[in-house]
Design a protein around this ligand. Structure first.
Ligand SMILES: Nc1ncnc2c1ncn2[C@@H]1O[C@H](COP(=O)(O)OP(=O)(O)OP(=O)(O)O)[C@@H](O)[C@H]1O
Length: 498
């Protein structure tokens, strides 16, 4: 299946953003028909390389070739689309258009008006050809993440691209959905499609890729076949040093500690019902379950992003107004949302501004924030959470995805919250950064907060003192520390509800 032809070859790629050098003479070379992983710590330059390989940004220096031919001129978008496509973590699908309209967006029609009826028929044909089980007339906004990704892949292939970049495609998928995506990737590979796969999950790299390139600090560090590269060497190449595993802390449960976050008979139509929970100061309670279990909906209701149909939420003894984030924040809650791009931070504000929004009242009198104190806070967060940046004044919009994620957590922790709700806090962050994020949650709990941690990652859930497993909108099990992966997964999949 593999040949010696290079589907893509980039050499000597340099890209600067003001004082930041995002890529420094970087290179990548992917043999046709291979699934090739690109890995590196947050801020290593992966997304920048993607935007250059897809023609969205021009490198300051360097050369790109597709199948041995020089890359098309920057303005010829159609020519780029025929060579390469990228499925981003953030969707490029337009939610207010139908699936069919999305499939044919940006496509040159030979002449005159667009015949939508014909397009719908062609769309159905395309979806069938690529085995995508989605209604062509459905509104794209109603699709789940998994269907949306399939739609994006089908769109890419229909433009003729035989090289597809998947930028952290698994970050928002649960276990079974990841396996379905991998099955599809294997099928595409059998058809000769070349893929570049970006992920912070090294086990996925071993599962689905044949070869891997590691970037570190804007440079290419190594390329190897995955078979020849042991796991610890891969991590060392990413971090530039030997990296120890995370050390989970032990805490003794104090049954007399005050309850800082409670829900009674909480219900939201179609998502979950009859939820009772109580989180005490000094404990971390996990929420686990499949994509349809209702765990994210429940967490969003606890923080006020959604308004419950039944029941009450109490934060630190105060009954909070349903569906009202400011009221939960005032009561002493900090949270990290699932959709950080919309709810997480204000992109144009600096790191220091974002990370200190909830504590404005503490940093200066009468609502005035002293810039010096704000910077000092920002600096402290940058070092605590190991944020890769030029400094506290840098706008969050300029940070890499994983580093922006750290700002969101810094913000949730800034006001020393009594209760903390964090949803998938380590999605999109690298191995080492994961440690600083989990450590920051454990620190907050050691200082007396009570936390709810929603995660699809078993490794994250290991910091929990107990885990509430959800299935079809109900809590079906309360699992204490000491579980095995198999036990927890069985409970999450509804196999064992004893
Ligand atoms: N538009 C921009 N303006 C300023 N700096 C930028 C811009 N885009 C990226 N950078 C900087 O370039 C560097 C590389 O960022 P990039 O997004 O490519 O990293 P990444 O490897 O994709 O990280 P992650 O795993 O967190 O997504 C970072 O230091 C980032 O702050």
């Amino acid at each position: 299946m593999t040949s010696s032809v290079k589907a893509v070859e980039a050499r000597g790629i340099t890209k600067r953003f003001g004082p930041t050098i995002a890529l420094n003479g970087a290179e990548i070379s992917i043999t046709e028909g291979e699934t090739h992983a690109l890995i590196g710590r947050n801020g290593a330059g992966k997304s920048t390389l993607v935007s250059i390989l897809t023609g969205l940004q021009r490198p300051d220096e360097g050369e790109i070739r597709f199948a041995g031919q020089p890359a098309p001129p920057p303005a010829d978008r159609d020519a780029w689309r025929q060579r390469v496509a990228c499925v981003y973590q953030k969707s490029t699908i337009i939610p207010t258009l139908t699936v069919a309209e999305n499939l044919f967006l940006n496509r040159q029609t030979a002449r005159g008006r667009i015949n939508w009826r014909a397009l719908r028929t062609r769309a159905r044909g395309l979806l069938e050809q690529y085995g995508v089980d989605v209604d062509a007339d459905a509104m794209a906004g109603d699709l789940g993440v998994e269907q949306r990704q399939l739609l994006e892949i089908a769109r890419a292939l229909s433009f003729g691209a035989r090289f597809i970049i998947l930028d952290e495609p698994t970050a928002q998928l649960d276990g079974p959905a990841i396996q379905r995506l991998f099955a599809r990737m294997r099928a595409l590979r059998e058809q000769g499609v070349t893929m570049m796969f970006i992920s912070h999950h090294l086990d996925e790299v071993y599962e689905i890729c044949q070869s891997v390139s590691v970037f570190r600090d804007a440079r290419h560090i190594l390329t190897a076949s995955v078979e020849d590269l042991p796991h610890d060497r891969l991590v060392d190449a990413m971090t530039g040093e030997a990296t120890a595993a995370y050390e989970y802390r032990t805490r003794t449960a104090d049954a007399s500690a005050p309850v800082v976050l409670a829900a009674r008979n909480l219900g939201l139509a179609g998502r979950f019902e009859g939820i009772d929970l109580a989180v005490r100061s000094g404990e971390i309670v996990g929420l686990a379950g499949s994509g349809s279990s209702g765990k994210v909906g429940l967490a969003e209701t606890l923080v006020g992003l959604r308004k419950a149909d039944t029941g009450t939420v109490t934060v630190n003894g105060t009954a909070v107004k349903g569906g009202d984030v400011p009221s939960t924040l005032r009561a002493g809650l900090g949270f990290v949302p699932q959709d950080r791009h919309h709810e997480g931070f204000v992109p144009l504000l600096s790191i220091a501004e974002n990370a200190t929004i909830p504590i404005a009242h503490k940093l200066g009198r009468f609502g005035m924030i002293s810039p010096a104190r704000r910077r000092e806070r920002g600096d402290r967060m940058i070092s605590q959470l190991d944020i890769k940046t030029t400094g506290p004044d840098q706008p969050v919009a300029d940070l890499s995805g994983g580093n922006a994620q750290k700002v969101v957590l810094a913000r949730a922790l800034a006001d020393d919250p009594k209760a903390l709700v964090v949803i998938n806090p380590t999605a999109g962050v690298d191995v080492k950064a994961k440690h600083s994020l989990l450590g920051a949650v454990e620190d907050a709990v050691d200082r007396g907060a009570g936390a709810v941690l929603v995660s699809d990652e078993l490794d994250d859930l290991r910091i929990c003192d107990r885990i509430l497993v959800m299935f079809h909108g109900k809590i079906v099990k309360d699992v204490p520390r000491g579980w095995t992966d198999t036990e927890l997964v069985a409970a999450m999949e509804g196999i064992d509800h004893s």
